[in-house]
Design a protein around this ligand. Structure first.
Ligand SMILES: *[C@@H]1O[C@H](CO)[C@@H](O)[C@H](O)[C@H]1NC(C)=O
Ligand SMILES: *[C@@H]1O[C@H](CO)[C@@H](O)[C@H](O)[C@H]1NC(C)=O
Ligand SMILES: *[C@@H]1O[C@H](CO)[C@@H](O)[C@H](O)[C@H]1NC(C)=O
Length: 582
């Protein structure tokens, strides 16, 4: 068999890793022998975020040429019908590509998708595409997400936002598209999969069960929470657009729950982060050797991040795509390196043990480049029955009062009594998901946190309960905030307060949770709303100039939460629209 996946004895992973760094497709003998493979063999090219800019097409032309060589050879090896291409979305540059003429963003426009469709049609194999967070960004051209989506589907000749392709015997490629941009509740760059697609997907995985031999490879623009992939703290985490349906806790969990339940899901590919594929945590395995760390509980699924093709769009200088090839025994995930003439490097080999279990082996360790430090993102590790939590975990009984002020280097994490997990990294306070410890979002930025000590204290439920509803101190019928509700609550959860203490001036800040109990701030909101706000600020600026005040300082104010009082009298934000309070 010319397209042999050289699976070695599972007991010698190290030997394996050394042996298979050169890929079967690169071996000279792989191209000869028979014309067609066995029915279970397939090969898929996977492209990360393209962000096509018509002004700079060279990298795309080069990348496609490299790919057509690879795919042509693959077709000879496994048969024309068993090779295809998947684009993970974000097809256009999210800027004006004719800045002298127009400020219209290119991404999401008719011109963008027609150019992308033209590009993707030229690989000599059929392509499928899932939409990312920039693919409905044609906000000047289309009034609604529906109209923009319709154009997207038409341009790429898609029947619906999702896709399913049988690529080999009992082997499916399945993808889902982000369909919400204008209507997003928070940041428009959250990748959301609508209910219809989720229902469809759930049905697909239910009707193609692992015990009948089905193998499903999934493609979405962003990965699900719980995937364990390396993420960008500064960017996607802080903005709440890391994971599929990131901003809604229950919805966000759905994807990894489906993965855990349905063992037919063998791998899940995503892009979105523009990070390279040289790090081991650009691929995560469903099971790991207990001596290497806690059990990840990722069903039977391998998660893989995909890099980008064009220089300048990469966050770490890499220009890479993924190659997936497999047969009934397992599959390989490889890198196609566009900076090295499209050479193929084996990254990981996954061998099926039976229908619901497999073993993954990395082919190489992290391949570091000079400036990679920046991308090393620390994530807490909770440990399991065999492993203790990592050394930055702070256990405490009643109170936690840090004795040193936070610096950019401080690493720490702890659990709140309610189960939520907070921690510190790069001078920021971050909320982590309580079950997976995946970062959820920014609670306090380094601008506010560095130089202060953090304290977690009981908020004094007992004393508060003793206080009468109408405190004599509260005049004008202002009600003291009662704790009766908490007292009556079925589950006795200790109330706590997160405090920032500034030893230089003795000031104290209370970091209040959001009303749903979470702490991370959904700061970045819907782009449509923000654009309108910017327009109003510009109008204010013009007004200021018309009354001859050059360099006018414009600040905006927002409602509604500025007080703990029951009767509001002031709306000023101290230090911004009102004098600073002391
Ligand atoms: C390709 O895939 C199809 C199923 O999609 C399968 O029937 C066929 O045998 C496979 N192999 C070849 C060489 O065509
Ligand atoms: C992520 O998944 C975990 C475990 O499945 C879940 O408990 C958690 O709430 C999820 N996070 C978000 C943001 O929904
Ligand atoms: C994701 O969000 C969309 C939009 O709010 C919603 O329709 C969909 O049901 C959510 N997905 C899941 C898995 O709940």
């Amino acid at each position: 068999m010319k397209f042999a996946l050289s699976f070695l004895a599972l007991s010698s992973p190290a030997a394996f890793a050394f042996q298979s760094v050169s890929s079967p497709l690169n071996r000279p003998q792989s191209s000869s022998s028979s014309l067609f493979g066995s029915p279970d063999e397939f090969c898929v090219g996977i492209l990360g975020d393209l962000h096509i800019d018509p002004r700079v097409m060279e990298d795309y032309e080069t990348g496609r040429e490299q790919w057509t060589n690879i795919l042509t050879e693959a077709k000879q090896n496994v048969g024309d019908d068993n090779v295809s291409l998947v684009s993970l979305g974000d097809l256009g540059e999210s800027k004006s590509v004719r800045p002298d003429e127009t400020s219209e963003l290119f991404a999401g426009t008719t011109e963008c998708h027609e150019l992308a469709a033209d590009f993707l049609s030229g690989f000599g194999v059929p392509y499928d595409v899932v939409g990312g967070n920039h693919d409905l960004e044609g906000i000047d051209e289309f009034d609604t997400d529906e109209a923009n989506l319709e154009l997207f589907l038409r341009a790429h000749k898609k029947e619906g936002p999702q896709f399913m392709r049988q690529i080999a015997e009992k082997t499916l490629l399945v993808g889902m598209t982000s369909t919400i941009f204008r209507e997003a509740k928070y940041t428009s760059h959250e990748v959301t999969i609508d209910q219809e697609q989720i229902d469809w997907f759930e049905n697909v995985v239910k009707t193609h069960p692992a015990d009948e031999g089905w193998k499903i490879f999934v493609f979405t623009h962003a990965p699900p929470n719980g995937s364990g992939l390396r993420v960008l703290q500064e960017n996607h985490v802080v903005n709440g657009c890391c994971w599929l349906n990131h901003s809604n806790e229950i919805q966000c969990r759905k994807f990894i729950e489906l993965v855990r339940e349905h063992r037919c899901i063998k791998a899940w590919f995503s892009g979105h982060f523009h990070l390279g594929q040289d790090y081991q945590d650009s691929i995560t395995f469903p099971t790991i050797d207990p001596k290497d760390g806690p059990y990840p509980n990722r069903g039977s699924c391998v998660f893989a991040q995909t890099s980008v093709m064009r220089s300048g769009t990469s966050r770490d200088g890499r220009q890479q795509s993924r190659l997936l090839r497999g047969n009934k025994d397992g599959f390989e995930i490889c890198t196609v390196d566009h900076q090295q003439g499209g050479t193929i490097r084996l990254d990981a080999t996954i061998t099926y043990r039976d229908n619901t279990n497999e073993v993954g082996v990395y082919a190489h360790s992290d391949i570091e480049q000079m400036d990679d430090k920046y991308f090393k993102v620390y994530s807490p590790s909770a440990g399991d029955s065999l492993h203790p939590p990592d050394e930055n975990y702070i256990p405490y009984e009643d109170e936690l009062i840090m004795d040193k002020a936070v610096t950019m280097e401080t690493k720490a994490w702890w659990k709140m009594a309610c189960g939520r997990v907070l921690g510190m990294l790069n001078g920021n306070m971050i909320e982590y998901d309580k079950s997976t410890l995946a970062p959820l979002g920014l609670v306090v930025g380094a601008d506010e946190l560095v130089g202060k000590r953090v304290a977690i204290i009981d908020s004094g439920l007992e004393e508060m309960c003793a206080v009468d509803e109408m405190d004599p101190m509260c005049e004008d019928g202002e009600e003291e905030i009662g704790m009766e509700g908490a007292e009556r609550g079925e589950a006795e959860v200790r109330e706590q307060a997160v405090i920032l203490m500034d030893d230089s001036d003795g000031s104290i800040v209370v970091v209040q949770p959001n009303e749903d109990g979470s702490y991370w701030r959904k700061i970045v909101r819907n782009k449509m709303i923000r654009m309108k706000e910017v327009r109003r600020e510009k109008a204010a600026k013009r007004l200021a100039e018309s009354i001859k005040k050059e360099d006018a300082d414009i600040v905006s104010s927002w409602g509604p939460y500025t007080t703990t009082k029951g009767t509001a009298k002031n709306t000023g934000v101290s230090g911004l629209t009102a004098p600073a309070s002391k």
